[in-house]
Design a protein around this ligand. Structure first.
Ligand SMILES: [Zn+2]
Length: 454
């Protein structure tokens, strides 16, 4: 008979589960270079097959394999979204050891990809396995969608969904990431901001020219940068928000429930400033207002500015081109298409027709209704296993393909995972606590049971 998953039903498998986690982390799977991607996808498929799941593999164009798997039966379907690729890592980036030779120290596992996203991928599989050993059957149907391109912006997921919409139909989705916050309570995020990444470029001449001509040829570097700065000055305000196209006037206001959620989020600006070693904007002083801005306002962020050869090493030329790169985070109510169109119109009406705009990537914003069943069930599972209430964020300030996979299909999605506030994802010495790993594994079993009952 299905039921909860207790700690004593997990303990007998503990050593094997840790061994599997280390094996996953030892396998390189760097999507930006392709290193180890085939071997890692095979390892994931084999693990799912050992679980007893039916697996199938799809590619879209030149994509790395999308792995789909399903197991269990019931009126309810839970979708799990994960990825098997990781960010690049080199020991000289500040790691204390080879990032692909996992080490366990002081109750933590250190390895590239352990927090993002291999632990979350594996504990979900192992939790289902422990559940089946304890109860014989699952109380619902579970589907996995595991991609290999999350760390390079999920360039094929939208087309995958268009081609296989019937595969991912579900009553709720648990997103790939998840962690405990600074006060140790688990965090649940009910959405993600969208993003538009664009490059603005200006040309002075058709070609660069050998710098030996520099005595007699004008160097346009400064003029190009001045012109780009004049363009940038019209695009954002002192609060880092886009000022073009009347975007701020059209934003939907946060709901009463959203504001209530913000009230319950512990956020100390002074601690944040010290821990991240950053300077806050002059007008940021109230933590509630800061959270409201992070969740419900857009950004227009200059993330790169260069003229001539900005890459490593030297290239002796008189440059001909200057480039500004912008990323704009978009709350619900703003789509990348709308924002790009308004940007182009703005540049035209302000006489900046010489600026070439190129889109480098985009994702739509996604939100989950705080009243959705999956939110209630996940909160209850966390409360039961961790003994504390989770902190529910109305959305994540960051971005991911949650709209494309879930929101557009009407699937409520939220985050839940084994990370923690100091897990260093994408950075050196990425790590998780083993205690978090097994607590998340147990809570996930509880979630399976609860979602199957609801
Ligand atoms: Zn990542």
């Amino acid at each position: 008979m299905p039921g909860h998953l207790s700690a004593s039903q997990i303990t007998p498998h503990r050593d094997r589960y840790i061994h599997e986690l280390l094996t996953f982390c030892r396998q390189r799977s760097i999507s930006s270079t392709g290193e180890g991607m085939t071997a890692m996808s095979q390892m994931v498929i084999e693990r799912l097959q050992r679980l007893g799941a039916r697996t199938s593999v799809y590619t879209v164009g030149q994509s790395y394999p999308f792995i789909f798997a399903e197991i269990g039966h019931g009126p309810r379907t839970l979708l799990l979204y994960n990825h098997y690729d990781v960010q690049p890592a080199r020991r000289e980036d500040g790691w204390q050891h080879d990032p692909f030779e996992p080490e366990i120290r002081d109750g933590r596992v250190y390895a590239r990809g352990v927090a993002d996203n291999k632990a979350n991928l594996l504990f979900r599989i192992q939790s289902i396995e422990a559940y089946l050993k304890a109860h014989g059957e699952l109380p619902l149907r579970v589907c996995f969608l595991i991609e290999g391109e999350e760390e390079i912006g999920s360039p094929h997921i939208e087309r995958f969904v268009q081609q296989h919409r019937e595969l991912i139909a579900a009553d709720g989705c648990i997103w790939e990431v998840g962690r405990r916050g600074f006060d140790n309570r688990p965090l649940i995020y009910l959405g993600m901001r969208g993003i538009l990444m664009v490059e603005l470029s200006l040309m002075a001449a058709a070609n660069e020219i050998h710098s030996s001509w520099a005595n007699i040829v004008e160097n346009p570097a400064n003029a190009l940068l001045d012109r780009l700065r004049a363009v940038l000055d019209t695009l954002s305000d002192s609060a880092g928000r886009p000022t073009f196209g009347g975007l701020l006037d059209e934003l939907p206001q946060p709901s009463a429930t959203d504001l209530e959620l913000i009230e319950r989020i512990p956020f100390d600006l002074a601690t944040f400033q010290v821990e991240r070693d950053v300077l806050l904007r002059a007008d940021v002083s109230d933590p509630r207002d800061a959270l409201r801005r992070l969740f419900f306002e857009p950004t227009c962020n200059l993330c790169g500015l260069s003229v001539g050869h900005g890459a490593l090493g030297i290239k002796t030329v008189v440059p001909n081109r200057a480039v500004a790169k912008l990323d704009l985070r978009l709350p619900l109510g703003l789509t990348p298409d709308l924002v790009e169109a308004r940007l182009r119109t703005h540049l035209h009406t302000h006489g900046f027709d010489d600026v070439h705009v190129q889109r480098l990537g985009a994702l739509q914003p996604a939100r989950t209704n705080p009243d959705a069943e999956i939110v209630r069930v996940t909160s209850a599972a966390v409360q039961t296993v961790y003994g504390v209430e989770p902190i529910i964020y109305p959305t994540m300030p960051a971005s991911g393909p949650m709209y494309e996979l879930c929101h557009a299909q009407g699937i409520p999605a939220l985050t839940f995972g084994a990370g923690h506030a100091g897990d260093n994802v994408h950075a050196a010495n990425e790590n998780i606590y083993l205690d978090d790993y097994f607590q998340a594994l147990q809570a996930f079993g509880d979630l399976l049971w609860r979602f199957g009952q609801s």
